[in-house]
Design a protein around this ligand. Sequence first.
Ligand code: SAM
Length: 162
Amino acid sequence: MKLRECLLRNRTVVNNLEQGFFGIGIQNGKTPENLGVLWRSAQNMGASFIFTIGNRYAKQACDTHKAVGAMPYFHYDTFDDFFNNLPKGAMLVGVELDKKAEQLETFEHPRRCVYLLGAEDHGLSKTAKEKAHFLVKFKSELSLNVSVAGSIVMYDRQLKNI
Ligand SMILES: C[S@@+](CC[C@H](N)C(=O)[O-])C[C@H]1O[C@@H](n2cnc3c(N)ncnc32)[C@H](O)[C@@H]1O
């Protein structure tokens, strides 16, 4: 076998073994429309699952591609319940416009990770920010709509070929 073919084959094997996944959800989301929009982006940008913490998702017309029927949707009553049941080996990435957050533009997304967005009014809880393995933010004058923020993060992951 030629060297180039051999290298390409090895790269494919390594990529397959390193395959990851991600889930995305909101803590105490207030607006059903936002969840519907986020689920639609999640489904179209390769999420493996979606979830809510606190407030539940109610069926929403914005979820035009019916993501809730197409991928697992989990609900957790509390942050602790969610945190204690993270998939094995997955990193929790809190998405928040916070002083301690890393810039998304240079962030290396973990292969196996769970993105958590905050509520429309209060953002992520203090506990969520403390327990997240990473916090990321992107440049914006003021905070953006939560579903738009989630879509930007997923788009960045996609651009970086994770
Ligand atoms: C409308 S914002 C919450 C604003 C809240 N009043 C606050 O000051 O924390 C809703 C969520 O969108 C996400 N978000 C919005 N803009 C963001 C940014 N520039 N960087 C990271 N996350 C952002 C965060 O998850 C945030 O909790």
